[in-house]
Design a protein around this ligand. Structure first.
Ligand code: NAD
Ligand code: DAU
Length: 357
């Protein structure tokens, strides 16, 4: 099965994964129009896209996925034949202190996007259509010392964030089962790479080490995550969009499990050399702090289905990916400084003149 999209609506394309996806997709698919709809929350940063913003097949619209009229207008005017849905509130810690926006964006926003997509698809103005929901391994809950999440693992979300993503995934399933809508659903493990907001573990570590600030390790530091380079995730999304059968669900993972404390030590040691500090100096910044409530112990993804059905495998080794990522942050200190100072938010005003779409 092969689907060649001619006009895709990317939601949340100014965030970490969405912007990396747009970078690769816009270059590899010059005949496909890409419309990026993003309301630019604290996590949305148009500076992530400056190198491609003038491409003829790319355009940006500031707006909310929960604005049904706006979504309907874009789908119709752009003759959209695929929606790639990244937009979300994505940080687990924020969902613990303020869950409401997670339900509003991740559940209600997804439902509105699905409903407008359904009407657009059923109107028959495009020959074929896909709705790709970008989701997370966190919907499966937590693992013990052994085993992997497969696509058949029951959903057992534990944080308000993952519960809101599970709710959205079930709505996507419902639109396929009820209306026969050609939906797709991917569930990926922890991403790392360029343009990652420094509230998340890896960019936070790099930023704090450079600035000799404390490195907070939650609990005993023995929680396990599976790490995948964001470019590998972007490649998997493109493969699923173009070749997966409607209605399917695919796990995406790196087969690359790390205890948090081992990642922290690794990043410390790699930066000792690069910053000209003595061996072990950065590790002295580590501080064990109170655990995240409901902290999932271990995530591990079985991505066999994606490999067997569609031939995708990660291209990056972790050694290469983490090294390149650290070098990217060192070479892009201005980006980090703008994000941490909040000044990146002024860029929209100067570039696009303000005002909603
Ligand atoms: P992010 O927080 O960096 O970016 C989210 C983007 O969505 C931002 O640009 C934000 O402005 C936009 N957005 C938020 N609410 C919106 C709304 N109502 N309307 C329009 N735009 C809105 O997130 P990310 O880390 O890039 O994650 C992207 C997607 O991938 C999410 O759905 C997340 O659940 C999923 N995911 C993330 C990871 C990861 O490791 N980061 C792993 C698996 C899945
Ligand atoms: O698994 C996929 C998920 O990965 C995505 O769905 C989420 O959007 C993404 O944010 C990420 O969630 P995590 O909670 O795993 O990522 P985070 O970077 O917040 O934390 C990674 C691990 O590190 C986790 O076990 C908590 C721990 N941690 C995190 C921070 C920010 C610390 O020990 N200290 C920290 O300061």
């Amino acid at each position: 099965m092969s689907f060649v999209p001619s006009s895709i609506l990317v939601t949340g394309g100014a965030g970490f994964i969405g912007s990396n996806f747009i970078h690769s997709f816009v270059a590899a698919n010059p005949a496909c129009r890409i419309t990026n709809l993003d309301c630019l929350t604290y996590a949305g940063n148009l500076k992530n896209l400056t190198s491609i913003e003038n491409r003829p097949n790319y355009s940006f619209l500031k707006g909310d996925i929960a604005d049904a009229q706006l979504v309907a207008k874009i789908l119709a005017e752009q003759q959209v034949d695929a929606v790639v849905h990244f937009a979300a509130e994505s940080h687990v810690d924020r969902s613990i202190t303020g869950p409401e926006i997670f339900v509003r964006t991740n559940v209600l926003g997804t439902q509105i996007l699905l409903e407008e997509s359904r009407k657009h698809w059923q109107s028959g103005v495009v020959a074929d259509f896909r709705f790709l929901q970008i989701s997370t391994d966190e919907v499966y809950g937590s693992l013990g010392d052994t085993g992997f999440f497969t696509e058949e693992t029951p959903l057992a979300a534990n944080s308000p964030y993952s519960a809101s993503k599970a709710g959205a995934d079930l709505l996507v399933r419902a639109y396929h089962e009820t209306f026969g809508m050609p939906t797709l659903n991917t569930r990926c493990s922890n991403n790392y790479g360029p343009y990652h907001f420094p509230e998340k573990l890896i960019p936070l570590l790099i930023h704090n080490i450079i600035n000799k600030k404390t490195l907070p390790v939650y609990g005993d530091g023995l929680n396990i995550r599976d790490w995948l380079h964001v470019n590998d995730h972007a490649a998997a999304i493109e493969v699923v969009l173009k070749t997966a059968a409607p209605g399917s669900v695919y796990n995406i993972g790196g087969n690359n499990e790390w205890k948090n404390i081992d990642i922290v030590n690794l990043v410390c040691d790699l930066l000792d050399g690069r910053l000209g500090r003595e061996a072990g100096e950065n590790r002295r910044l580590i501080s064990f702090v109170k655990d995240r409530p409901g902290h999932d112990r271990r995530y591990a993804i079985d991505a066999t289905r994606l490999k067997n059905d569609l031939g995708w495998e990660p291209a990056y080794t972790f050694e290469q990916g983490i090294s390149e990522t650290i070098d990217w942050y060192l070479a892009n200190q201005e980006w980090v400084a703008e994000v941490t100072s909040g000044s990146y938010r002024e860029y929209y005003q100067t570039q696009y003149g303000g005002g909603a779409a």
